[in-house]
Design a protein around this ligand. Structure first.
Ligand SMILES: [Zn+2]
Length: 65
């Protein structure tokens, strides 16, 4: 029975030393990836600086014409 290495998709035999990873390197890479995901979740809310730049509507003051 084989599974695919979650990191590089290479086939790994059941019971391998680093199962389900094909190697220690892939195992560490996967752990690192998850740790990285965790770090990307901010502990506090980010400042709202990236709001879409939508023009305010309903003002009724158009001086373009
Ligand atoms: Zn691998």
């Amino acid at each position: 029975m084989t599974v695919k290495c979650p990191t590089c998709k290479k086939e790994v035999e059941f019971g391998a030393h680093d199962f389900p990873f094909c190697s220690e390197r892939c195992r560490l890479l996967d752990i690192g990836r998850w740790a990285d995901e965790e770090y990307r979740i901010p502990a506090v809310s980010p400042p709202f600086e990236l709001q879409p730049n939508e023009p305010a509507q309903g003002g009724g003051t158009q001086d373009d014409e």
